[in-house]
Design a protein around this ligand. Structure first.
Ligand SMILES: Cc1ncc(COP(=O)(O)O)c(C=O)c1O
Length: 402
C-alpha cells in the first residue's frame, strides 16, 4: 500500500497521459485514478478509499463486488458469452419475466437494448409509429440521452442536440405546471416523455399532480405516456419505479443504469396491447438481450427482492433528510437515493471539500445542487459519515464558482 502511495502521482499522471493519447477528450474527469471497488467504496491508485455517493452515475445499485452479480456473470460467461436474438435463451426469458413482475402492473412486455438513450429512442419510435403522429411533449429541464430522438426531447437542445433537425416536432412544458402540461397534449401528440424524478435537473421530483394530469390528457387524446426511469428507476426512488409514487401507470417505461448494476444494458417496457401491434422486424438490436446482460438483470432483480433494496433506499433517504440539512446544505429534494442537496454557496466547492474528506458526490445541471446516487445497499454508518463530514466547518466555503 505504501508503494502505491508513493507511486500515486506518477500513476495518475500516467493514466491521464495514456487516455489523452487516443481517447476523444470529451469528459471532465475527477482528479483520481480508480483501480478497484469494494461495497460502497472506490479504491484509488494511491490507496485512498472513497465513499462513493455518486455510484458511477446511478449505475452501481449493488455497490462494487456484489457476490450474486459477480457469480451470475461468471457462470453465464462460462456457459455462453453471446447469442443473438435470433435464438431463444432461457436466461433472457427469466430476466424479462422478473423485470415484468417488478414493473408497474400492465407493463408486461420487455424489449432489451443497451443504453438509456436507445431505450428512449425506441419508445419514441413506437409512439410515432403506432399513433401515426409526429409531435412529442417533453418537460423543461428533462434529459433523455444523446441519440437523435432522445436528444431532441432533452431540454437545452442547443447543448445536447448536434443534428441539423429533430426527427419529430417537440414542445417543452414547464415541469411544475400541470395545467400547462395537459394543455400541450392534444390530438396531434404521439407521446409525452418525462423523468418522474429529473436526474440531471437536480434530482427534481415531478409533482404527482403533473403526472396525473399528463396521464389523463394522454388518455383523452390517445397519446402515449412514456416514463423515462433510466436514472430514477430500479428501486432507487424507494419503490420499484418512481412513477408509482403518483399512482400513475405509463404506457411505456424505459430503464437502464441500475438495471445491470454495472453491466451495460437497458430495457423498454410496454403494455401488452402496445406490443401486440408490433411485428417481426419493427424493433431490433444485435446486443440487446444478450446472455451476459440478462444474467446481470436477473441477479439485480433477485437482489432487489431478497435485500429489499427499494425499502432500504427509502430508509436511507429518511436518515439523510434527518441528518444532512446542515453545513453547506440548505435544502434536500428528490426521493430515495436520488437526492439533490442545495448548497448555500457553491455546489462544486462543497463537492471538492467532501472529496477532500474522501466522500464522492455528483454535480447536476442546476447550479448549486449536488446529487447523491449511491448504491441502494448503502449502510447506515456510511450515510452517517456524510452527515458527520457536512458538520465539519471546513466543508463550507464562502466563495462561489458557479
Ligand atoms: C433520465 C436519463 N435518460 C436517459 C439517459 C441516457 O442514458 P445512456 O447514457 O445510458 O444512453 C440518462 C443518462 O444519464 C438519463 O439520466
Amino acid at each position: 500500500m505504501d508503494m502505491n502511495a508513493q507511486q500515486a502521482p506518477d500513476a495518475l499522471d500516467d493514466a491521464r497521459r495514456l487516455e489523452a493519447a487516443h481517447l476523444a477528450q470529451v469528459y471532465a474527469q475527477f482528479p483520481f485514478e480508480v483501480v478497484a471497488g469494494e461495497g460502497a467504496y472506490l479504491i484509488c491508485a494511491d490507496g485512498r478509499r472513497l465513499l462513493d455517493l455518486y455510484g458511477g452515475h446511478a449505475v452501481c445499485a449493488l455497490g462494487y463486488g456484489h457476490p450474486r452479480l459477480l457469480a451470475a456473470l461468471r457462470r453465464q460467461a462460462g456457459e455462453l458469452l453471446f447469442a443473438s436474438n435470433a435464438m431463444a435463451l432461457r436466461v433472457r426469458a427469466r430476466a424479462a419475466e422478473k423485470l415484468a413482475e417488478f414493473a408497474p402492473d400492465g407493463l408486461s412486455r420487455v424489449f432489451f437494448v443497451n443504453s438509456g438513450a436507445e431505450a428512449n429512442e425506441n419508445a419514441l419510435r413506437v409512439a410515432c409509429q403506432l399513433t401515426g403522429r409526429s409531435r412529442v411533449v417533453a418537460l423543461q429541464h428533462g434529459f433523455h440521452g444523446r441519440t437523435a430522438a432522445a436528444a431532441a426531447v432533452s431540454w437545452g437542445a442547443y447543448r445536447w442536440y448536434g443534428f441539423p433537425q429533430t426527427p419529430f416536432d417537440v414542445v417543452f412544458a414547464p415541469r411544475d405546471d400541470s395545467a400547462a402540461v395537459a394543455a400541450m397534449i392534444d390530438q396531434e401528440t404521439a407521446a409525452v416523455i418525462l423523468e418522474p424524478i429529473q436526474g440531471l435537473g437536480g434530482a427534481y421530483p415531478i409533482a404527482n399532480e403533473v403526472l396525473v394530469a399528463a396521464r389523463a390528457a394522454c388518455d383523452a387524446c390517445g397519446a402515449f405516456f412514456i416514463a423515462d426511469e433510466v436514472q430514477c428507476g430500479m428501486g432507487r426512488s424507494g419503490l420499484p419505479f418512481a412513477v408509482s409514487h403518483a399512482g400513475v401507470t405509463p404506457d411505456m417505461l424505459t430503464t437502464a443504469k441500475s438495471l445491470g448494476a454495472g453491466f451495460p444494458c437497458a430495457a423498454l417496457l410496454m403494455r401488452e396491447d402496445c406490443a401486440a401491434q408490433l411485428g417481426t422486424g419493427d424493433l431490433g438490436s444485435t446486443f440487446g438481450g444478450g446472455p451476459l446482460a440478462c444474467a446481470a438483470v436477473e441477479a439485480v432483480l433477485e437482489a432487489m427482492h431478497e435485500e429489499q433494496l427499494p425499502a432500504r433506499a427509502a430508509e436511507r433517504e429518511r436518515q439523510i433528510r434527518a441528518t444532512c440539512l446542515q453545513g453547506p446544505v440548505e435544502a434536500i429534494q428528490g426521493r430515495g437515493l436520488l437526492l439533490g442537496l442545495k448548497c448555500n454557496s457553491s455546489a462544486s466547492a462543497a463537492r471538492d471539500r467532501l472529496l477532500d474528506a474522501n466522500i464522492l458526490t455528483g454535480a447536476s445541471a442546476v447550479p448549486g445542487w449536488l446529487r447523491l446516487m449511491p448504491p441502494l445497499n448503502l449502510h447506515e454508518n456510511e450515510a452517517a459519515a456524510l452527515a458527520a463530514t457536512l458538520h465539519q466547518p471546513g466543508v463550507y466555503r464562502e466563495q462561489s464558482d458557479e
